[in-house]
Design a protein around this ligand. Structure first.
Ligand code: SF4
Length: 348
């Protein structure tokens, strides 16, 4: 157990956690909504500090981050727990676990293993990193000292205080929307009272200089309304700008949504077109290996600049300063193509 960051003690011995927008008030002896933060005699503790339920070396494209150090290998770590209850979660076995499970993998070991396996950075992913914040924070701090970058894959429901606290160490984030951020979808299928705070997180990330890519999971029938997607894409343009990479993701049947079929590719293509029409310049279709919208195109002359298959980069055509070799347009890519490093290792 490790004492939590970002909470306050209340007069009656309960505590208020301010890591995410649930801002749970937790009486003595009780646990917060995420299941991994406990009030012991008026002190809030993280129950999952240094307890990894998963540790894999992945390509950064799996997060997905297509524009941040493309081709990098990232150590991906997670603990059990989540602050959302998505009925279609594809990591539900660990995110919705009722047990505090995991293998001791303290921050120093995460960093030393990352260096040993040739990783370029660390990603806090699979479950929501906000709920294992102290573990991520300490690891990210050490990782930065050793020259590694840090990325979150997050539902974006963290408070501005949490974004500010991690920002000196957090380089990039994938912020995942589902059902185009529709409040009804969030209430009924994810047990989230209101998705609006996620847009505040985006603003805070921008203020803090964190590189952001957006995903939106398109769930057939429940979350495939194109008008709602248009609204989401417009807000992304307004808050983060039209150079923000936007991934339209295919849903696969899982957890309590086994009866819902995978998103038809034609639906994803219509969704991608809507996002492009709004003005976003780097739009991808995800979870459809071999699709033409896995590639990065020059937004000006439409030349294929980065050719991908699934999470692999097949061809890299950007110039040394990340411009289009044909028309000279500057492309919003941070870093250059990282070749090498181990990928697809499973440690835990
Ligand atoms: S991180 Fe957990 S305990 Fe803290 S407010 Fe969110 S759900 Fe509640």
């Amino acid at each position: 157990m490790k004492e939590a960051m970002l909470y306050s003690q209340l007069a009656d011995g309960s505590v208020e956690c301010s890591l995410c927008h649930r801002r749970c008030r937790i009486p003595k002896g009780s646990i917060g909504f995420c299941g991994v933060r406990k009030n012991v005699d008026g002190v809030l503790y993280s129950l999952v500090y240094g307890k990894a339920i998963a540790a894999h070396v992945d390509p950064i494209e799996k997060k997905p981050l297509f524009h941040y150090h493309p081709g990098s290998a990232v150590m991906s770590v997670a603990t059990v727990g989540c602050n959302f209850r998505c009925k279609f979660c594809d990591n539900w076995v660990i995110s919705q676990s009722k047990e505090i499970e995991g293998i001791d993998f303290p921050p120093e070991k995460v960093v030393s293993a990352s260096l040993r396996y040739g990783c370029h950075g660390i990603s806090y992913t699979y479950t929501e990193p906000t709920i294992f914040f102290e573990y991520a924070y300490d690891t990210a701090r050490l990782a930065k000292e050793k020259g590694l970058f840090n990325t979150f894959v997050t539902n974006g429901y963290m408070t501005p205080e949490a974004v500010k606290a991690i920002s000196p160490y957090l380089n990039a984030a994938t912020v995942d929307f589902k059902g185009s951020g529709d409040p009804k979808f969030y209430r009924e299928l994810m047990s989230v009272p209101d998705p609006e705070p996620i847009f505040e997180t985006l603003k805070e990330m921008k203020r803090c200089g964190i590189f952001v890519e957006i995903t939106n999971l398109v769930v057939p029938k429940y979350g495939d309304d194109l008008e709602k997607l248009r609204e989401l894409a417009s807000r992304i343009v307004e808050i983060l700008g039209r150079d923000t990479p936007f991934h339209v993701l295919r849903f696969h049947p899982d957890y309590q949504f086994y009866e819902v079929a995978s998103t038809p590719v034609s639906t994803l293509e219509k969704a991608a077109q809507v996002v492009m029409d709004v003005g976003l310049r780097y739009v991808y279709v995800g979870n459809v290996p071999g699709h033409r919208l896995e590639h990065t195109y020059c937004p000006k002359c439409k030349e294929v600049l980065i050719e991908r298959f699934s999470f692999d980069i097949l061809k890299w055509r950007l110039t040394a300063d990340n411009s289009c070799p044909k028309c000279g347009e500057r492309i919003n890519v941070v870093g250059t193509f990282q070749r090498g490093g181990s990928k697809w290792l499973s440690l835990i």
